[in-house]
Design a protein around this ligand. Structure first.
Ligand code: GCO
Length: 455
């Protein structure tokens, strides 16, 4: 178990990639500056009751204005890989058609500044901020998104591909389709299977579409895409709970990766998924496959799952960590380091995956500034214990090539607003002042042992 050995950077190997992850809407602010168009998150955040305390990302961390300050701080903290996303409406205000020079110039400045600081940019194409204009035409439920997405990716590849070599096509399709098009708790706030199923299929198609465009147009591209994943434990050893856990695993962990690998959708485990066939055109299941250079997995917690007659379609429900009385983060997610190890194992078992990178892991806890310091022992031990599990996977000979902390600075945590702070660096959102937390200082020292870069 994690306690039995010390964390040792050397054990991860010289080529292991260390970094931090962010997303455009969560940090940039400048929501309507320099020609940026409206995204579904701009619109959603303006709806009453959608976000905690009526908050929004109009300013967020002000990264748009002050990106140099944060990138310099990254450099100071020995962080050599920076994952960020491109805001679609900053470079294509209506999602399609006329591009916006100022938006493209912004990302060029960010990329060039990273490179001048010795930091490798890792770009996520889509981190949830769909153009509102495209949502008005049906968004992810409209098959035309395949064409819209092509246009967006082509512009990104031609604008940034000469310097950006590390790409991720989508961020967590399960979350943006599930929370955004089934539960309605994230933008665009739509609900039900009739939205969810087409959104799933089109997002899965876009993974491959994006991959193919990057492959054709960016020389020496290292192409990935990312998935949320959590270890699923059945509540009891009763047959019903075991079946419920299998269904949850199929939905939360397998739905988006398996079609890419040519394994199709996990319809056997989730009967209602059969209805997705309505949206599948001839050749789709062939065109949905793509040979990614790496798969990004994002793990925070595990879920305990139990049978339930009342949950439609799945007959399975999550037994909340708070109910189980286990240690949790501010998101009420269980702190459970073995989950990351189990996920590394799980994804290692797929034949078609060449490389795995942990593209997100981290925790929100209550932070208090005192004497210009933020002492955050819970986050520190969370990160250390999860990292030990990554190290253990490495020692066991499993493939895992990198680790990105979610996240660099505290930022806008979607429907939860600014309340959950995930950063290595504290942000005072009134003054935009940054204070490196003790976890951040620890990470800085850990990375400083001997500097390395991405491959
Ligand atoms: C995610 C997102 C992040 C979240 C983080 C914490 O991929 O879910 O990338 O935007 O902020 O996961 O919830």
């Amino acid at each position: 178990m994690s306690e039995n050995f010390n964390l040792n950077k050397q054990d991860f190997g010289e080529n292991f990639v260390w970094g931090v992850s962010t997303a455009a809407y969560q940090i940039e602010g400048a929501h309507n500056i320099d020609g940026k168009g409206e995204s579904i998150w701009d619109r959603f955040a303006s709806k009453k009751g959608a976000i905690y305390n009526g908050q929004h990302g109009q300013i967020a961390c002000d990264f748009y204005k002050d990106f140099e300050k944060d990138i310099l701080l990254m450099k100071e903290m020995n962080i050599s890989n920076f994952r960020f996303s491109i805001s679609w409406t900053r470079i294509l205000p209506d999602g399609i058609g006329q591009s916006n020079k100022k938006g493209i110039a912004f990302y060029n400045k960010v990329i060039d500044f990273c490179i001048s600081c010795g930091i490798t940019p890792w770009v996520t194409l889509y981190h949830w901020d769909l153009p509102q204009n495209l949502e008005d035409k049906g968004g992810w439920t409209n098959r035309e998104i395949l064409e819209w997405f092509k246009e967006f990716v082509t512009l990104c590849a031609s604008s940034f591909g000469d310097r950006v070599k590390h790409w991720m096509v989508l961020n967590e399709p399960m979350v943006f389709t599930g929370a955004g098009y089934f539960l309605g708790v994230h933008a665009p706030g739509r609900k039900g299977l009739k939205n969810f199923l087409p959104a799933i299929h089109h997002a899965t198609m876009c993974q491959a579409i994006g991959g193919n465009i990057l492959r054709e147009s960016v020389a020496n591209a290292v192409i990935g895409t990312t998935f949320s994943c959590s270890q699923i434990t059945p509540f009891s050893q009763k047959r019903k709970d075991i079946i419920a856990a299998k269904k949850a695993d199929a939905l939360l962990n397998r739905l988006f990766i398996e079609p890419v690998l040519g394994l199709g959708y996990p319809i056997e485990n989730i009967k209602v998924l059969k209805r997705i066939e309505k949206y599948i055109h001839t050749d789709d299941l062939k065109n949905i496959e793509f040979d990614f250079d790496f798969i990004g997995i994002q793990n925070y917690t595990r879920e305990v799952v139990k049978h339930s007659y009342t949950v439609p379609y799945l007959q399975a429900k999550i037994v909340k960590a708070t109910k189980r009385k286990v240690a949790t983060t501010l998101m009420e997610w269980e702190v459970y380091p073995p989950s990351i190890n189990a996920m590394i194992k799980k994804y290692n078992n797929y034949k078609g995956i060449k490389k795995l990178v942990i593209t997100e892991n981290g925790a929100a806890f209550k932070d208090i500034v005192s004497n210009e310091k933020v002492n955050d022992p819970k986050r520190l031990s969370y990160l250390q214990n999860y990292l030990k599990e990554v190290q253990r996977a490495k020692k066991d000979g499993l493939e895992v090539s990198g680790y990105f902390v979610w996240t660099f600075t505290d930022n806008f945590e979607w429907a939860e607003g600014f309340y959950p702070r995930f950063g290595l660096v504290y942000v005072d959102f009134e003054t935009q002042k940054r204070t490196i937390k003790s976890s951040g200082k620890w990470f800085q020292n850990f990375l400083g042992v001997n500097n390395n870069n991405s491959d």
